[in-house]
Write a protein that binds this ligand. Sequence first.
Ligand code: ATP
Ligand code: MG
Length: 208
Amino acid sequence: MTTKQQVVEWLEQLAKVYADNKSYLTELDSAIGDADHGINMARGFAAVVDKVSGQDLGLGAALKTVGMTLVQSVGGAAGPLYGTFFLRAAGVCSDKEELTSADIVAMFEAGIEGVRQRGKAEPGDKTMLDALGPALEAMKAAQEAGEDLAGVLEKGRAAAEKGMQDTVPLVARKGRASYLGERSAGHQDPGATSSHLLLKTALETLPG
Ligand SMILES: Nc1ncnc2c1ncn2[C@@H]1O[C@H](COP(=O)(O)OP(=O)(O)OP(=O)(O)O)[C@@H](O)[C@H]1O
Ligand SMILES: [Mg+2]
């Protein structure tokens, strides 16, 4: 079972990972966007930690706070999209004290479906969904095959990494990168990269 404390550790670790990768994500965004993705993610998750660390919130309330904080504190596309991810995930665990691996897969499913609905990106549009979509499929398959949470999240992480790498040759069809047309090809998508980090950090914290 995953405890609320482990979920908070995931969020704290994400703040650290996005702070450590601030320049890297911003550099990726400078090639095909407006050079703010690392700044957005680091600022957003620093605000998240301020709001949820050491607070006596239930799981659902904590994740709802994360979602609202990201929507409010991060401008641009990624804040509302990741905010929607956590708001939808919050809905799945509202009254739960602990999460089974099935709950965690359900959380990712609700969250990723929220990103899809809000951003209206299709597979291959060169967005964060090109990492999140394959990650969800891999996690569901691993879950059905009876793997434990670490196995499920490792499959998700690996699929997100491959999805992230596979964004390199794609031509962007969403967001600012799409203004570049064919010139967006040859660069890794910043949002797919931050999504891979989301899965990687989940693997490092949620199974305990
Ligand atoms: N409609 C969308 N659906 C899913 N993801 C998207 C969408 N639009 C942009 N993104 C993701 O957001 C990332 C850029 O996030 P950033 O924090 O830089 O916000 P931004 O500068 O406002 O974005 P953008 O310039 O793409 O509108 C992209 O790399 C892409 O992965
Ligand atoms: Mg940007």
